[in-house]
Design a protein. Structure first.
Length: 449
């Protein structure tokens, strides 16, 4: 019997002679492990240095949804969404005939989903407007703030009041002046998307806000791929006969872009002591400075005589607690998950992208926990990489932004991609840095010797 087994047997025999005292000795046998092979695990808990910032330059291009509407709340003010979209012919050949005369031009588009913060807002009336863009859309228009009021002509091109009541579809009629412009499209322009969009710049759609002084509103998600845009007219055909006919156009085939604005900028602060506010899309977000987190870990390591080069992080989590307000339905407006994202710059664009943990099936993606009242995403890989950097290497691309994420699986390659959600609207409140249950960083680690 070797010495280790002898010690273990002696310990078991001694425990059985005790009447009601059982203990666990986690150091059992540690004296027989060489110092450079000691991989005992420890835990550490930190106050998380959270701030509140606005998520500007959020990518919203190539959206499958035609989103229009606004929502006004006491906390966040008014959040507005409009859609800019290209308009192109459904076919590459249009025969206008001789002396075309305008009859009607309209769009009919089916609803895919609606978002509202209280049920009584589901069927409120909303005035809907369409405008002509001043310039063609191109691939530089990819952000929530790419389209402003200066991007479209101020006079609507809708021929009558268009009111959407939250039903199955929306129908809007365009003015005669706008519809007649398409009669000038040549065969070559109809046959070339590039030529067509450089002559007919596209459309911008929006709604009115809810009445001033009230709260509420609704965001409407229409199915842009199923939109029916028709221009009907009469003309003389090649046989010399007058006929009624129509041509069809498609929205967003070249590009569509959701334009978003939030009034929550007044809530930006470096010291959210009482409350952390979250508004999805381009709204206010919990933000963690990479430099502040790096400094936190350095100070802790110095105080505990730990060499960060030898620190191995087995697990790290961010914990964002929130309180139960007594209205369980209020949690339906909370995001389904919150996950750390980085704001990175490519050679052409600035994009938000989730940290790499989201692709590890063993890592938590920060789903809402309604029992424990928190979000708790994993950040182990990120934190391990962060502490290996010198302070001089850190940039704002090391910062973290808490965002709801969604995923898309390519049916051909079966590859799943995760990205920040730039479609669905949510609001939530979490405990601030001064609360008893405050935001925390928790790590499980070992130090190599």
């Amino acid at each position: 019997m070797n010495r280790f087994k002898g010690i273990l047997l002696s310990l078991i025999l001694s425990v059985t002679t005790l009447t009601s005292c059982i203990f666990t000795d986690n150091t059992l046998g540690s004296a027989y492990i060489p110092g450079n092979q000691d991989i005992s695990m420890k835990m550490a808990d930190f106050d998380l240095p959270v701030t509140l910032k606005m998520a500007d330059s959020l990518q919203t291009a190539v959206s499958a949804n035609f989103i229009i509407g606004s929502i006004t709340t006491k906390d966040y003010g008014t959040f507005r969404v409009g859609t800019a979209t290209s308009i192109t012919p459904m076919t590459d050949t249009i025969l206008w005939g001789t002396d075309p005369v305008f009859i009607d031009m309209y769009i009919q588009i089916g609803i895919a989903e609606k978002r509202f913060l209280s049920p009584e807002q589901q069927f409120i009336p909303q005035n809907v407007y369409a405008y002509e863009l001043k310039a063609p859309l191109d691939t530089t228009f990819i952000y929530n703030n790419s389209i402003t009021e200066l991007s479209y002509h101020p006079v609507p091109i809708t021929s009558r009041n268009s009111i959407y009541m939250g039903g199955d579809s929306l129908k809007m009629h365009f003015t005669k002046e706008y519809g007649e412009r398409f009669f000038s499209a040549t065969i070559e322009e109809c046959d070339s998307t590039e030529l067509f969009i450089n002559k007919f710049y596209g459309l911008y759609f929006r709604t009115d806000d809810i009445e001033e002084g009230l709260t509420g509103g609704r965001l409407n998600y229409f199915n842009i791929t199923g939109a029916d845009v028709r221009l009907s007219f009469t003309s003389t055909n090649e046989a010399g006969k007058r006929r009624d006919t129509s041509v069809a156009f498609q929205l967003g085939e070249y590009l569509s872009l959701n334009s978003m604005t939030s009034e929550a900028g007044s809530m930006v602060t470096d010291y959210p002591v009482e409350t952390l506010y979250y508004e999805s899309l381009s709204g206010i977000k919990p933000h963690i400075s990479g430099a502040a987190l790096h400094s936190l870990m350095q100070n802790w390591a110095e105080q505990n005589n730990i060499d960060l080069d030898n620190l191995i992080i087995a697990k790290a989590t961010l914990e964002f607690p929130f309180e139960y307000s007594g209205n369980y339905k209020a949690l339906d407006n909370y995001p389904g998950n919150l996950f750390p994202c980085k704001r990175v710059r490519t050679t052409k664009h600035t994009l938000y992208t989730p940290i790499e943990e989201i692709y590890d099936s063993f890592m938590s993606k920060g789903s809402i926990n309604r029992s424990l009242l928190h979000y708790k995403p994993d950040v182990g890989f990120y934190l391990q990489d962060l502490i290996k950097k010198e302070s001089s290497e850190l940039t704002d691309e090391d910062d973290l932004w808490l965002m709801q994420t969604i995923s898309h699986t390519n049916n051909t390659t079966n590859v799943t991609t995760h990205y920040p959600d730039f479609t669905y609207y949510n609001v939530a409140k979490f405990n601030g840095t001064g609360c008893k249950r405050n935001p925390r960083l928790r790590i499980v680690y070992t130090v190599l010797k």
